[in-house]
Design a binder for this molecule. Structure first.
Ligand SMILES: [Fe+2]
Length: 242
């Protein structure tokens, strides 16, 4: 009897822009075994390059450039020891707080090809955003907002998304949002952003196996193909510095 390997969906993108794969430094992979398992799963899904983005959040995840690059180097060594053939680079997911604002002033940010990934509070909209974006752009950084579809306070004010784009903010949506992983309203807004052509990057935001499992569903969903039809997705154009 001949067994055929189940045909994998076309990933349409080879580079993931958002994940938590460095062991033990945030709420992502708990240990090295868990990291390797998640990376293997992402590789099986068709990814060839992973940009991993540990949280930097004052008081909760006090990561530094050193802790992140050190963790990434360990991970790279372990990947080659285990013959897992995938590129990995590190950046960060900055929480919009005083640590982030200070890092901008000090021009001491983790970035990928000048792109800086940051997230807002889920509870309250950011303050002094215009000034922060100005400061980032003045230092030649490209601001990228992580999962804009997940900030519920914008859901009843969809025109805010257009305003954020006019400030020069790039949007990275989570692919799992497209299939209702977070909630129906988040799915609805992710599709709205896709339809408007507002999406610049996509991310798996992988923390654990449920995320990689759901990605398979996302890849097979028509919303995924529509996203690539309606938007210029820049993931595969990223060049890493680390
Ligand atoms: Fe994240």
């Amino acid at each position: 009897m001949i067994f055929f390997r189940k045909k994998l969906p076309d990933p349409l993108v080879w580079t993931d822009f958002h994940s938590h794969l460095i062991p033990g430094i945030d709420d992502g992979a708990k240990d090295m075994a868990h990291s390797l398992k998640l990376i293997k799963e992402l590789s099986d899904l068709g990814y060839r390059k992973l940009i991993t983005t540990p949280h930097i959040k004052s008081g909760q995840f006090d990561n530094t450039i050193e802790s992140i690059t050190g963790g990434m180097n360990m991970l790279r060594d372990e990947l080659s020891r285990n013959n897992i053939d995938i590129q990995i680079a590190a950046s960060a997911e900055y929480y919009y707080d005083k640590t982030f604002l200070q890092a901008i002033k000090d021009d001491n940010l983790l970035h990928i090809g000048r792109h800086v990934l940051f997230e807002f509070s889920y509870m309250t909209p950011p303050i002094d955003l215009e000034e922060t974006i100005y400061e980032l752009k003045a230092r030649d950084y490209i601001p990228v907002l992580a999962h804009p579809e997940r900030y519920l306070y914008y859901h009843s004010k969809l025109d805010r998304y257009e305003y954020l784009k006019t400030l020069g903010i790039h949007f990275q949506i989570n692919l799992n949002s497209l299939v209702g992983y977070y909630s129906k309203p988040v799915e609805h807004v992710a599709k709205y952003l896709s339809q408007k052509g507002f999406v610049d990057f996509v991310g798996s935001d992988t923390h654990h196996a449920k995320h990689t499992e759901t990605l398979k569903k996302a890849f097979n969903n028509s919303a995924y193909k529509n996203l690539f039809d309606n938007n210029k997705i820049l993931n595969d154009m990223l060049v890493s510095d680390v």
